[in-house]
Design a protein around this ligand. Structure first.
Ligand code: 9MG
Length: 355
């Protein structure tokens, strides 16, 4: 069937008991081995700008023998291993701790060690499985921070978090910061440049044994929102993440240690962000857990005149639900308690029980 690359976008989602019943009858397949099932797919064939799309029901798809299609389908359906030791069968929240004077939402609020440690503890109490500690803002227009300054911001916080029940993630683009963070107990290397910023970061990720989050960005934070441009944002972001995963695997990082993130707001217009949202499920074809970071971002601003980042919380909950309904597993958020409640109610409503 195929004379081009195959992408599969699962659609027609079922949850819980309906999902299990439809799977048993051969009418649906599991999304990333989880409790969500899909009943149809959009099969996209070709390359960005030259692709063609076809709709298939799951029973029709199951009969297709094309090897490229079958291997993409395997990546979509296969269960995901725990990420950084976390079971991904229900949404896992990554609470944001910016130890920075200039982050877009909470810059300056937690830039003292004590405040940052207390904030991380509060997010953990609220239900964060992960706390993401960052000492360099990557908001649009931000400047880079030198390694020593970044270390001076994050290391005391990591020391202060010894004994926490949350998994610690270091949000950095710098190998030296990640290495020091790993020694201080971090388990995840969250790099918004997907190891393209610092030439040593890939090796450090491989050697430290940190699990990694690979995020897509177009351009550098300082200028990335000046004129983002794509022929086909969804397929180009997919291809980029797939290539970065391959690079990591070649460097000795097992796929089970990798999560991927389309990088909402990083070199993207509103249209680009919305196209990525509508296609979250297509990214399961990468074969790794998906992390979505929409919390309080600029693209929510125009929905209800939310100029202040904190006023974007309802939109952030909706964004988390939109991604969770397509099987995303990890959510990077400012308001852990609120997101937990929003996702909890959504899950209970679609599963028909407090599962
Ligand atoms: C550090 N950081 C800011 N926004 C982010 C996002 O959307 N994803 C990830 N992984 N990190 C982010």
């Amino acid at each position: 069937m195929s004379d081009g690359k195959i992408y599969l976008r699962p659609l027609g989602f079922l949850y819980g008991p309906q999902a299990y019943a439809a799977m048993e009858d051969g009418l649906a397949l599991p999304l990333a081995g989880g409790t969500t099932a899909f009943t149809s797919v959009e099969l996209i064939e070709g390359a960005p700008k030259k692709s063609k799309a076809y709709m298939f029901s799951v029973p029709a798809l199951s009969e297709a023998g094309d090897p490229d299609l079958r291997s993409r389908l395997n990546l979509v359906v296969q269960p995901r291993s725990p990420f950084a030791g976390l079971d991904l069968s229900r949404p896992a929240l990554m609470g944001i701790v910016n130890v920075t004077p200039d982050s877009f939402s909470d810059g300056g609020l937690y830039d003292e060690t004590e405040g940052a440690v207390a904030h991380a503890a509060e997010l953990t109490k609220d239900g964060a499985a992960i706390v993401d500690i960052g000492g360099e803002s990557t908001r649009p227009g931000s400047d880079t921070v030198v390694v020593d300054d970044e270390l001076a911001r994050v290391l005391p916080v990591l020391q202060g978090l010894k004994g926490t029940s949350a998994v610690i993630s270091i949000d950095t683009r710098k190998a030296e910061v990640a290495k020091a963070a790993a020694k201080a107990g971090a388990k995840i290397f969250n790099d918004v440049s997907a190891f393209t910023y610092d030439p040593d970061s890939l090796q450090v990720a491989a050697e430290t044994g940190l699990d990694v989050v690979l995020m897509h960005a177009q351009g550098e934070p300082k200028t990335m929102q000046d004129n983002p441009s794509y022929d086909d944002v969804v397929l180009e972001v997919f291809d980029y993440l797939e290539a970065r995963i391959e690079t990591c695997v070649a460097a000795g990082i097992a796929p089970s240690r990798i999560a991927a993130d389309p990088g909402l707001g990083f070199g993207k217009t509103l249209e680009h962000n919305l196209a990525l949202f509508a296609n979250v499920s297509l990214f399961h074809g990468l074969g790794v857990p998906l992390l979505i970071g929409a919390s309080r971002k600029q693209f929510i601003r125009g929905f209800g005149q939310a100029a202040e980042p904190k006023a974007r919380e309802p939109g952030s909950y909706a964004a988390a639900i939109a991604a969770a309904s397509q099987g995303a597993q990890l959510f990077r958020v400012h308001d852990v308690a609120g997101t937990r409640q929003a996702l909890g109610v959504w899950r209970a409503a679609v599963f028909g029980s407090e599962n």
